[in-house]
Design a protein around this ligand. Structure first.
Ligand SMILES: [Zn+2]
Length: 276
């Protein structure tokens, strides 16, 4: 948490609200959360925000000042939030960074994270390319079918581990991996490379459906997630297996949802999601 849908909700609110604005000031409360480029902070003061994007679970702002372009990357980690707050509002001790913006905006954008794992990167174009190539696999919302099929066929590991492997497919964590596998009727421990085309097709379809529905619902507010405007997501109300151990299977097969402990808990229906 947050996963791809939550990061997409964050990026889309930023696109709607701060693209075109000029960054007046950038306050850093905890220098150690800026993992790269702290010495370039001055450059960002007075730069214009050109775009707000998501990669995996990271939020990227592209900024320009005269001819030069640089990037601000916020990793949301497990608990990170980007929040619009009025400047006069007092800030919480876990607010690590504040962006003040002009352009009729009555809000600051604050980066809040109670854990230290959150990270900010200030990079130029080359740094951005390095960041992207090192960390992110294919995006599940844009990967073409043929490429997805090949990727699954090549992996000998378990299906759920594949879905959550950020360098292979970016942005899916435990919640959506469980939901996607249930919808695709595939057991989390199936071996990826042994799936038939028909099963990979179901997986591809379920992946996109679940993520799109979750984005439409504002993400899942499990633990602390809220969008920058403070709104909670609603998709947790539509989870079918995640956190539902012991409850009847939503497919009405008569079985109950099981929880299997592993690196992360798996929630599944042993009748609807057969192992072979
Ligand atoms: Zn079932």
């Amino acid at each position: 948490m947050p996963e791809l849908p939550e990061a997409e909700v964050v990026a889309s609110q930023l696109r709607a609200r701060i693209v075109g604005a000029v960054l007046k000031d950038c306050w850093v409360g905890r220098p150690d959360i800026v993992r790269q480029g702290l010495e370039t902070l001055d450059w960002y003061r007075g730069a214009r925000i050109l775009a707000a994007e998501r990669r995996g679970k990271s939020i990227i702002l592209a900024l320009a000042r005269s001819d030069e372009r640089r990037y601000f990357i916020a990793e949301l980690g497990m608990t990170g939030l980007l929040l619009f707050r009025p400047p006069e509002m007092g800030y919480h001790k876990h607010t690590h960074l504040i962006l003040s913006l002009d352009g009729g905006l009555e809000s600051e954008l604050r980066y809040w994270n109670p854990r230290r794992f959150g990270r900010i990167h200030l990079v130029d174009h080359l740094g951005m390319e390095r960041f992207l190539s090192r960390r992110f696999g294919l995006d599940p919302l844009t990967v073409p079918w043929d490429q997805f099929r090949q990727l699954v066929k090549r992996r000998r590991g378990r299906l759920k581990a594949l879905l959550m492997h950020q360098q292979v497919i970016a942005g899916i964590g435990n919640i959506y991996a469980n939901e996607v596998l249930f919808r695709a009727r595939l057991h989390p421990y199936r071996t990826a490379s042994r799936l038939r085309d028909q099963a990979i097709r179901r997986l591809y379809k379920a992946l996109r459906e679940v993520l799109h529905e979750a984005i439409r619902d504002g993400g899942s507010s499990i633990r602390n997630f809220v969008a920058p405007d403070g709104a909670k997501g609603r998709y947790q109300e539509r989870h079918r297996v995640y956190g539902k151990a012991g409850e009847p299977c939503p497919n009405r097969c008569g079985n109950r949802i099981r929880r299997m402990e592993g690196e992360r808990s798996s929630f599944y229906c042993a009748v609807c999601q057969r192992k072979s």
